[in-house]
Design a protein around this ligand. Structure first.
Ligand SMILES: C[S@@+](CC[C@H](N)C(=O)[O-])C[C@H]1O[C@@H](n2cnc3c(N)ncnc32)[C@H](O)[C@@H]1O
Length: 306
């Protein structure tokens, strides 16, 4: 490991806004020696133990360097923000900034998102941001909007709480649309290109039937426009609950790189109002959307570690 990383890890230990639990503190072996999740002491106690203000708690899952978490926290001092990521060297940047600026409404949690249920109690979180999550083209259960993950979020998301997905990945966007459809979740806003002049803020069912493959793959640079009768836009009032200027006014580290590459940025927000277990979508054409996605984009300075 390089000196830079070691220095960051050492400094991380000094940041009171950064919580870094050992995996062993939330994973234990049960009677049959299977690993099971157990609650972390912070669960249900973020207000009081970490935040002094009783404002709503907003999570950013896979926050990387924490730019978005920080920017939202600076805009909303009346709310509390927690960035979650597994990579300590990335979290260092956000934690250092929050420490130096004395931001009292920001915290970072270093953990695998798979363990998130160990850290938050019922109704403890008001909103979840998923920003430029890995689309996990091969493994559905690893996608942060899969039924498996939604089940985890439901355990701590307050009634009416939002899941907000911002991504360059059309594959992940369309997959998530399919999950929303399959579970009849209230879709409050969506757009396939939030920086287009007429970005949509009404429910968007355009992806109900993907265009046929013979039409050729969708262009991956803007404008990303599909045509065909099945892509017509539904009627309906604007119901987005997120301030649209906030969606477009704050960019994450990866977002700014994707924008420089000319890629469209998609967005959707939905709630988890649903009785019974979440089901997998049956109408998602993963082969089609995998092809439309093309090779996964990488960056020269960090080609493998998306
Ligand atoms: C593509 S980066 C996006 C970072 C940031 N949201 C942005 O837009 O700049 C994805 C981030 O998710 C984190 N991540 C991916 N899977 C994770 C998991 N299962 N648990 C915790 N973090 C994860 C990675 O460490 C990485 O920092």
């Amino acid at each position: 490991m390089g000196h830079g990383k070691l220095r960051k890890f050492a400094e991380n230990e000094t940041f009171s806004c950064l919580i870094q639990p050992d995996a062993s503190s939330v994973l234990v072996k049960d009677g049959s020696k299977a690993l099971v999740l157990r609650d972390h002491p912070i669960k249900g106690h973020w207000i009081g133990q970490v935040f002094s203000s009783p404002g709503p708690i907003v999570l950013e899952l896979g926050c990387g360097k924490g730019d978005y978490t920080i920017a939202l926290a600076e805009r909303h001092p009346e709310m509390n923000f927690i960035g979650v990521d597994i990579k300590g060297a990335r979290l260092w940047k956000g934690a250092k900034y929050a420490t130096e600026r004395g931001l009292k409404n920001v915290a970072f949690l270093r953990t695998r998102i798979e363990f998130i249920g160990a850290f938050f109690g019922p109704d403890e979180v008001s909103r979840i941001w998923l920003t430029f999550s890995d689309p996990q083209l091969k493994s559905e259960n690893a996608r942060l909007t899969s039924p498996l993950f939604l089940e985890r979020y439901r355990a701590f998301l307050a009634p009416g709480g939002l899941v907000c997905l911002k991504t360059d990945s059309r594959f992940l966007y369309e997959y998530t649309q399919a999950v929303v459809r399959a579970n009849s979740l209230p879709l409050l806003a969506s757009s396939t290109d939030i920086y287009a002049p007429q970005a949509m803020t009404t429910p968007d069912r355009r992806s109900a039937t993907p265009p046929s493959l013979t039409a050729g793959p969708l262009p991956l640079t803007r404008p990303r426009v599909a045509t065909g009768p099945e892509w017509s836009q539904p009627e309906g009032p604007v119901t987005a609950t997120t301030d649209w200027a906030e969606v477009t006014g704050v960019q994450t580290f990866y977002e700014s790189m994707f924008l420089k590459m000319g890629l469209s940025i998609t967005y959707m927000e939905f709630t988890l109002e649903h009785e019974g277990p979440f089901v997998h979508p049956t109408d998602f054409d993963s082969d089609y959307w995998r092809k439309a996605e093309g090779p996964r984009r990488t960056f020269s300075h960090n080609p493998t570690k998306l």
